[in-house]
Design a protein around this ligand. Structure first.
Ligand SMILES: *[C@@H]1O[C@H](CO)[C@@H](O)[C@H](O)[C@H]1NC(C)=O
Ligand SMILES: *[C@@H]1O[C@H](CO)[C@@H](O)[C@H](O)[C@H]1NC(C)=O
Length: 504
């Protein structure tokens, strides 16, 4: 009897423990996940190539004579050439192969601007830049005739052929109106493979600058659209040799300080415990700046009280690594501040910025995730909605989510942060303004498993504040009716064209 009661008791205990464990591991809300992993090669490119099969494989057997870059048959004289300076000489011959390998790796993952050119094969720097030629893929089918003729008419550029095919007559090459004619359809189609377009009238100010060359053949008309723009110049960073992430080569830590030198020194000391050779850039607008020196430290002194966003801008402008880690000057690195994890997220996904978590002295940890949305409001301006939360969990990174704004502790692609910029007019109270300015161009994530500590902020009545803390508080946390708040609202109203703001 006793043993039965014991067994029942044990069973009850086990099930209570099981239920507790289940409750603990049960997600409080089933979040959807999203796949933001980087893909190599353009999906669009593959799609277009599939859609445009070779018209006729037999065309490949029709011979042709290649013209040179000046549009003449190879072998004839060309216009005077300018000499090109080789650039690889910047590296030692022994390092060159390694540099080429690293450059190729970075180039492969460089987020390329996707172009939308119908009827073409998409390539990097595709489309027609003012200096490059563009080869449309064209052909005629099922037109039984004795003689075939096609007219091309462009508006903003000239037409030409890269090679000449026997039995095809070319008229008006290098002009805006070109005629190709032949009695042999396969030869004409072969010739069409070598038609090139060169833009001559370039208007860089038009966002959607296109030429639509017209094709005319007996009884039929067609046109195709060519987007005209310069190819995007890549901005690649040398991220070190292969193997594990080298944080010193990949990341610069940027911070802004104002009067709080003890806090800053604690931050530097804590960083050095884990990352002894990572560069720390400090922007400082204190009234009587003190010297901060040490290896891998850059200290920039600014005019007194220049402000919070001006300092962030200055610090970020000096970063030369692929990523910049933003920290406040009163943060402390611990063994949970694993920058490699944040680097890994940015290296593998299409995100531009990923926030971590900040642990308060009380043990409370915050990620401060915000979603930002804009409701259009016609003439009076739009309405800005800020909400705590996020969009989706990131597939493959269960601790990370896609969101729109994060806490003051984030790793970001340096060039993206520099593009968005920190508005220097926001001198005191500001943070989400950066994410509002970046909405639509800056892709943001947040992970709660990379944690930095926050030196205590909550002031208890019996703890005495140091003089510098008091002055700091006066500048940093002005009353709501102050000029700083007016500036902030004024910028949202005028610069971002909002008429209202809601938040929770
Ligand atoms: C091509 O253009 C010429 C004038 O340049 C014109 O005489 C001819 O009829 C046109 N052919 C077609 C097929 O449109
Ligand atoms: C990491 O990068 C730094 C800075 O570029 C470099 O000095 C160091 O040698 C690298 N370390 C390794 C292990 O590659």
């Amino acid at each position: 009897m006793r043993s039965l009661r014991k067994t029942v008791l044990l069973a009850i205990l086990v099930s209570v423990v099981l239920v507790l464990a289940l409750i603990h591991s049960w997600p409080t809300r089933a979040y959807t996940t999203v796949d933001v992993w980087q893909r190599s090669g353009s999906i669009l490119e593959r799609h277009l190539e599939e859609r445009l099969p070779e018209l006729d494989h037999r065309l490949g057997n029709i011979p042709f004579h290649v013209r040179d870059k000046c549009g003449k048959l190879v072998g004839t004289s060309c216009s005077p050439r300018v000499s090109a300076h080789p650039l690889h000489t910047a590296f030692e011959a022994s390092d060159l192969e390694e540099m080429k390998r690293r450059r190729a790796k970075e180039y492969k993952s460089f987020p390329e601007e996707r172009l939308t050119i119908p009827y073409s094969i998409q390539r990097r720097g595709g489309a027609s830049s003012p200096k490059n030629n563009y080869h449309p893929r064209l052909g005629l089918t099922r037109l039984p005739r004795d003689h075939y003729s096609i007219n091309f008419t462009a508006m903003l550029g000239t037409l030409n052929v890269a090679a000449e095919v026997d039995g095809v007559k070319i008229k008006g090459d290098s002009e805006m109106h070109m005629t190709l004619s032949s009695s042999l359809l396969p030869n004409l189609n072969r010739q069409l493979q070598f038609v090139t377009y060169t833009n001559t009238l370039f208007n860089p100010s038009t966002a959607d600058h296109r030429d639509s060359p017209m094709l005319e053949t007996e009884g039929h008309q067609a046109s195709f659209s060519i987007k005209i723009q310069h190819g995007v110049t890549p901005k690649l960073y040398n991220t070190g040799s292969k193997g594990e992430y080298n944080v010193s080569a990949l990341v610069t830590i940027a911070t802004k300080t104002f009067l709080r030198y003890e806090k800053l020194q604690n931050l530097i000391d804590s960083v050095r415990r884990y990352y002894p050779t990572v560069t720390i850039v400090i922007a400082d607008d204190s009234e009587n700046p003190q010297t901060i020196s040490g290896p891998y430290i850059e200290h920039y002194i600014m005019p007194f009280g220049k402000g919070w966003f001006a300092g962030r801008n200055l610090a970020v402008s000096q970063v030369t690594t692929k990523y910049v880690l933003w920290v406040d000057d009163d943060f402390i690195f611990t063994s949970d501040t694993k920058l490699e994890k944040l680097v890994d997220v940015l290296e593998r996904t299409t995100l531009d910025l990923v926030g971590g978590a900040v642990r308060e002295a009380t043990g409370y940890t915050a990620t401060y995730r915000q979603t930002i949305s804009i409701e259009s409001g016609e003439e009076d301006g739009d309405c800005l909605h800020l909400r705590r939360g996020f969009h989706h969990v990131i597939q493959g990174f269960p601790n990370c989510v896609v969101t729109d704004g994060v806490i003051n502790f984030f790793l970001a692609r340096t060039d993206k942060v520099q593009q968005v910029g920190f508005d220097p007019r926001l001198a005191r109270v500001a943070h989400l303004e950066f994410f509002i300015d970046g909405l639509g161009s800056l892709h943001v994530g947040s992970c709660d498993d990379v944690i930095v500590n926050h030196a205590t902020k909550i002031k208890l009545p019996w703890t005495s504040q140091s003089e510098s803390d008091k002055t700091y508080a006066k500048f940093r946390y002005p009353p709501a009716s102050s000029d700083a708040t007016h500036t902030k609202n004024g910028l949202l109203f005028f610069k971002n064209r909002f008429q209202c703001l809601t938040h929770n």
